[in-house]
Write a protein of this length. Sequence first.
Length: 348
Amino acid sequence: MRATLIHGPGDIRSEHVPDPELVDDGDAIVRVVAACVCGSDLWPYRGDKSDTEPERIGHEFVGIVEQVGNAVSALTVGDFVVAPFVYSDGTCAHCRNGVNTSCVAGGFWGKPDGDGRLIDGGQGEQVRVPFADQTLVATPGEPPAAMVPALLGLSDVMGTGHHAAMAAGVRAGGSAVVVGDGAVGLCGVLAARRLGAERIIAMSRHAPRQEVARAFGATDIVEARGDDGVKAVMDLTDGIGADSVLECVGTGGSMQQAIASTRPGGHVGYVGVPHDVVLPIGTMFGNNVSVGGGVAPVRAYLAELMAEVWEKRLDPSPVFDLELPLDRVAEAYAAMDERRAIKSLLWA
């Protein structure tokens, strides 16, 4: 089969690799129908990669079950499934508490499992899925082709945007600010609307992303950054600040802006992978601002969000503004890196 490997900064290749095989009785083999490039994939693409050896990459995919191990009972061959961006056993204490991303037996696509056996990356033609019953979520039936991008969004970005909104305490009738206009930030706007926020302020400087933000429910757009951005938020909230702020970037500047935009007693929900972030504890203490969040336990949200996608009440697919075949994956990365695309979808 073909799969995507990252060889170094800016060096993404689609190469022939061995087909996956069932290893454990709980495994399934999934034929990938669609995958995508994540903003977090751009960190190693831009040079934040310590390992010099080529590595599989990609952690968002949907597809069709082609084989199942003897212990798999919840899935059958032919099921269309959504894979969350980590696999998990569903039985450990952390999984039972809804934090599947901390599963003691789980792990990440494209990395070796606990026994040193490679797990395929999501940007490939097939993937061996450990703990298939607990990891994968099957759709109620075969989805129409037009729904596949929306279902793919549940693999990461929609669940992550939802996690930011939940961590930020978004509530009906409240106000929310979303820092970051990437796919996760835009899904954060959609999540805030879904949870009933009355005023949603999207921080964005890019017209195509502003258009998606408005379609997803943003009531206001703020292009300014730093102190000017905070002032604009204060002007829109009568000098108080927002009830909830979703931090969807992961830099020191974005976190500072998020906290400064939050009203006293408000909440920041962060899902941006942190790089050089230092929390202003004194400001947080003085204003009773709570900061929570982290890596999103997408598996815990999948069934709830999938039901709404299936009923056509939720559609995160507009974040995919570039669609390419899998063998043009290098172009998909370059387009996102150069901000010519919000999020690239890859058809396998």
